[in-house]
Design a protein around this ligand. Structure first.
Ligand code: 6R9
Length: 662
């Protein structure tokens, strides 16, 4: 969103007060803000009591060696026990944990907490049999089936770290992640269903295994769930069927208590360089924040609510708000394998009607695509059970917010616009549904327990009415602990930007990479990334990552990628490519060839909207590509200031190339 658009947005005058009934019975009231800021550590210690600890911590926070934090020091617990066993022990075994809805219509399963418990125990025993031990990394590359959740919890149960890789990523991207975290084990499926057809997953794992081996890393075992029944290549020395492995073992497994700081998982996300970063989350603090935020922000009433988060488990939202938060809280939720509009455009609304979903959490990009289809489709379904609506992944524009609230929420259910990141582990800035009078488009203020600010280039808090950089000014329990294997990069990426400064030489502020604005009331409006990270349909992609993919094609000499504003997907990818001399004009299929290449290197989500072959790229005298100018061209707006270009005639050539290719 441009800052002009934002300036007009933040004058958005509409406000929506919480419904009285919700406000009167809200889980968290207004007073929580003051309590948390008066004594943040006690506040968080109280939240940690939501969990069962085998040994209580002796110190809430150790921040003696910033930015390396330890939360609930000395505490011991098991995340899987907290998500499953304890609910069964509390007499909730017959309660449904997952209403699983498969993509083929009618392919559904209700899984109770007792069944989930037995499944997780079996899977834990099967992993132990395969040779997985605590501290090992297990890559999970699966469709949205219950076994994916079971696999994650089984890893957590035995102290192995899971690294879930989104099923839409290519074999190359999968290999890069396997190699980076040196994963010896992979859990996958033969395939999954998408829009009525079975698509394969196992071949990508086979390819990734070969590629990893070329780089000197050997995957020892691959566990394969049979989902579609399609033919798969099989290597007896490595591959094992999931059903065989879990049928041969006991459904009894005693969970071991791990240190609060024991690593729970690594989740890869795009940064400003070509290599994705492995974000490390640990156990006690992460699970505390997952449970607390899921309870507070969605006002979870655990005995009556049916919750549904539409995120894929391949993203952090799927980790915190599909697996760890809801299950730690003992909630009943929907897990859906398919896409929103298959086999018919009302599929999601049908699921809400069928399961009487009361809390719904999705992304603005989905809401915008429903808006396009019109009001008539959701109007056919009974959505009256919905009482809280969540949004995540990118800024929600006021029109989408209003539509979501009015058409899906019956002008009754509040919208909570939740700002957070893979790195923050849980929601940081959001309205509270029973407290906040929400403004369409604003994430409002940090939740109780979190401290954030918007600061200037020089690191000074900006006054209301001004914009700047979004920072988190105090440590929080679910903060990333480091980048896997790279403490230096961790410090450099997140903590060096606003380190010290004139204000306080000892301060450690986390810089999130987003720009934001405080409106006249001090409410926050997140503007989007200020770095080279793009947000396409709520998915993070780095320009450099796609540039590297393009440059790895033999015909490409140089590439520059920008994210340009797009009505549907938030941003869309535009690539400018210079071909090598020997490639001539690249041949008639060059654009398709390059598109397929990017798809192969990263995955379909990274496919550029448009690729332009250009003779030169706009560069400064020091050789830095001026992406800002390329963005202007892609957005069709007037090209900005070109005075710092080494050769200013280049922009004319590029604009001409763009016009020719449209
Ligand atoms: C949870 C998740 C993080 C980036 C973040 C920001 C954008 C997420 C947002 C939002 C505005 C919101 N973002 N939620 N921007 N309003 N409510 O999406 O994690 O994939 O790591 O992306 O997404 O730019 O920095 P992740």
């Amino acid at each position: 969103m441009s800052s002009d658009a934002l300036a007009s947005l933040s004058h958005e005058g509409r406000r929506f007060a919480p419904p009285t009934e919700l406000a009167e019975q809200a889980n968290l009231g207004e007073e929580a803000y003051a309590q948390a800021s008066a004594d943040r550590e006690s506040f968080w210690a109280k939240q940690a009591e939501r969990l069962v600890w085998n040994q209580r911590w002796h110190r809430v926070l150790n921040w003696d060696n910033p930015p390396f934090a330890q939360w609930f020091v000395g505490g011991k617990l098991n995340a899987s026990y907290n998500c499953v066993d304890r609910h069964v022990e509390a007499g909730q075994g017959e309660k449904v944990a997952l209403h699983w809805v498969g993509e083929p219509e009618g392919d559904t399963r209700d899984i109770t907490y007792a069944q989930l418990h037995a499944d997780v125990c079996r899977a834990a025993n099967a992993l132990l049999d395969l040779g997985v031990t605590r501290g090992d990394r297990v890559v999970i590359y699966m469709p949205m089936i219950p076994e994916a959740v079971v696999a994650m919890l089984a890893c957590a149960r035995i102290g192995a770290l899971h690294t879930v890789v989104f099923g839409g990523f290519s074999s190359e991207a999968l290999a890069a992640r396997i190699v980076d975290c040196r994963a010896d084990f992979v859990i996958t499926a033969d395939g999954g269903y998408r829009r009525g057809t079975a698509s394969a997953l196992k071949p990508a794992v086979d390819g990734a295994r070969r590629k990893a081996a070329e780089e000197g890393h050997r995957v020892k075992k691959v566990l394969v769930v049979r989902r579609t029944g399609q033919e798969v290549a099989w290597d007896d020395s490595v591959d094992t069927w999931w059903h065989e492995a879990v049928n041969h073992v006991s459904s009894v497994h005693e969970p071991e208590a791990f240190d609060s700081e024991h690593p729970l998982y690594v989740m890869y996300t795009s940064g400003t360089t070509g290599n994705p970063k492995g974000i490390l989350h640990t156990t006690g603090g992460y699970l505390t924040a997952a449970a607390y935020t899921h309870w507070a922000i969605f006002d979870l009433k655990v005995d009556t609510d049916v919750y549904w988060c539409t995120a894929d488990i391949g993203w952090v939202t799927g980790h915190t708000y599909l697996v760890y938060g809801p299950l730690a809280n003992g909630a009943t939720q929907v897990l859906f394998e398919g896409t929103p509009d298959s086999p018919e455009p009302g599929r999601w609304w049908k699921i809400i009607e069928d399961y009487k979903v009361s809390i719904f959490y999705t992304a603005p990009t989905a809401i915008r695509s429903f808006m396009k289809q019109g009001e008539a489709i959701p109007a056919k379904y009974d959505l009256s059970t919905l009482r809280v609506l969540g949004s995540v992944g990118e800024p929600i524009n006021p029109e989408a917010y209003i539509w979501y609230r009015r058409i899906i929420g019956g002008d009754r259910a509040p919208v909570v616009d939740t700002w957070w990141q893979t790195e923050t582990g849980s929601v940081m800035i959001s309205p509270l549904p029973g407290v906040t009078a929400g403004k369409p488009g604003s994430a409002m203020i940090p939740i109780p327990g979190i401290e954030a600010d918007v600061v200037s280039e020089a690191g000074e808090s900006v006054p209301n009415g001004s914009g700047g950089y979004l920072v988190l000014t105090e440590p929080w329990p679910s903060m990333l602990r480091t980048i896997w294997g790279d403490n230096e990069r961790f410090i450099e990426t997140y903590w060096s930007r606003f380190r010290g400064g004139g204000v306080d030489p000892d301060r450690w502020w986390y810089f999130a990479g987003d720009g934001a604005k405080k409106d006249d009331d001090g409410h926050l409006w997140v503007l989007g990334r200020v770095d080279d990270v793009m947000n396409v349909s709520g998915h993070r992609l780095s320009t450099t990552e796609i540039e590297s993919a393009l440059v790895s094609h033999p015909k490409v000499a140089e590439a520059a990628v920008v994210g340009a504003k797009d009505e549907d997907t938030g941003q869309a990818i535009y690539a400018y490519v210079i071909l090598r001399n020997e490639a001539g004009d690249g041949g008639p299929d060059i654009l398709e060839e390059l598109t397929d290449h990017v798809r192969g290197e990263i995955g379909p989500i990274a496919k550029p909207r448009q690729i332009m072959i250009v003779p030169e790229l706009p560069k400064t005298r020091s050789g830095k590509i001026m992406r800002r100018l390329l963005r202007d061209v892609a957005e069709g707006s007037a090209v900005g200031d070109t005075t710092t270009l080494a050769d200013s005639s280049i922009m004319d050539l590029i604009s001409a190339a763009q016009t020719a290719s449209v």
